[in-house]
Design a protein around this ligand. Structure first.
Ligand code: UD1
Length: 347
């Protein structure tokens, strides 16, 4: 328990909002910064419904360096930051790399510059298993080499980690953890908050639920000629609530001085790989819906298989993913039904 205030940037986004819920459930006071570029102010109401508490909210664009400075002047007690705010569309990053370097790198530097002025501070960074590319060995441990990034988006995660690591080297009292997420899916079980993809979803689960609800005609399964059991690609799908709770464990590790090094990296996954066809089967089972899909060619840049070695997170963070793929898909479907009702009410 702590009554310290924690800054959550991007706290109205998909993973950010679930983490705010997990933090408030553990007694943390939360201040959110979000520029609403890929989120909605309504999420604040969802968080309040679940936790009975409305976090403080500042509509700030982190690219505005003077606004970041003013924020820390307004909240001088904040020394703990969980940083989600970033752009995450792989394709868009390829067509507009400078936007990604500005959104994901400049903003990180501005935050770290402010934190560096403090006597001590702690920082949790949203990284991604994308830094491993197609790893040579499975499951993927934190020691697996970082491969050349496939996209500017992936590169911003690699560069972000390096910037944080270098900053940690200059100051012992600045402590940071990079969390490398596998594939975050699902929604809060109340369906008060969930993932809100803008436009056509690029990720598998929102595409599945939007197809089942009738918003898309058919799911395209990208490739069935991978060297896997059923030929479709394998990923480690982790329930967003498990992921959210891992952030609380990571922050508490730093607050309680349990870290082994002032810069650490953890994989966050379930440790289990599922193929695209297994995901479809699980979805059909928990939703009772038949999913229209077709097999098409591979998507450029996709890897064959990735799943996490969870030993380091299990032992050091004292955390493990407890929810199943079925649980995640059930919550994603419940959320999709809520979104549909809301869209109908709006018309
Ligand atoms: C993607 C990003 C990754 C990012 C992550 C964030 C790419 C290449 N990678 O990971 O950098 O960190 O999202 O969540 O975009 N699939 C289909 N049909 C679809 C959509 C997906 O068959 O319509 C398949 C994909 O080929 C893949 C699996 O489903 O095998 C998961 O895809 P997705 O949800 O996009 O995640 P990743 O590609 O693993």
């Amino acid at each position: 328990m702590s009554s310290k205030r924690v800054l959550v940037t991007g706290g109205l986004g998909f993973i950010g909002s679930h983490t705010v819920v997990a933090l408030q459930n553990e007694g943390f006071e939360v201040v959110i910064i979000d520029n609403l570029s890929n989120s909605s102010i309504d999420v604040l109401g969802g968080i309040t419904q679940i936790t009975g508490k409305t976090p403080e909210f500042e509509n700030i664009d982190l690219r505005d360096k003077s606004a970041v400075k003013s924020f820390f002047e307004k909240y001088p007690d904040i020394e703990d930051v969980i940083h989600f705010a970033a752009s995450k569309a792989v394709g868009e990053s390829v067509s507009n790399p400078l936007l990604y370097y500005e959104n994901n790198i400049s903003t990180l530097v501005y935050l770290l510059q402010e934190l560096n002025k403090k006597e001590s501070s702690r920082f949790i960074f949203s990284s991604s298993c994308t830094v491993y590319g197609q790893a040579d060995n499975l499951p993927i441990t934190e020691d697996a080499p970082v491969k050349e990034a496939e996209s500017p988006y992936g590169n911003t995660k690699q560069i972000g980690e390096e910037i944080i690591k270098d900053t940690c080297k200059t100051k012992n009292s600045f402590k940071a953890i990079s969390l490398r997420y596998f594939n975050p899916v699902g929604a809060h079980p109340t369906a008060e908050i969930g993932e809100l993809p803008i436009g056509t979803p690029q990720n598998l689960i929102p595409f599945i639920t939007q197809t089942a609800i009738g918003k898309r005609n058919k799911l395209s399964v990208f490739g069935d000629d991978y060297p896997t059991a059923d030929g479709t690609a394998v990923r480690d799908y982790i329930h967003v609530m498990d992921l959210a709770e891992a952030h609380v464990h990571a922050l508490e590790r730093l607050i309680n001085g349990k870290e082994k090094n002032n810069y650490e990296v953890f994989n966050l996954g379930t440790g289990k790989g599922n193929s695209v066809l297994e995901v479809i089967n699980s979805f059909e089972k928990v939703s009772g819906e038949k999913l229209a899909y077709q097999i098409v060619g591979r998507r450029e840049g996709d890897i064959t298989a990735a799943y996490a070695d969870t030993i380091k997170a299990n032992t050091e963070l004292n955390w493990k993913a407890n929810r199943s793929l079925d649980d995640a898909l059930k919550s994603a479907w419940k959320w999709q039904l809520v979104v549909k009702n809301r869209e109908e009410e709006d018309h």
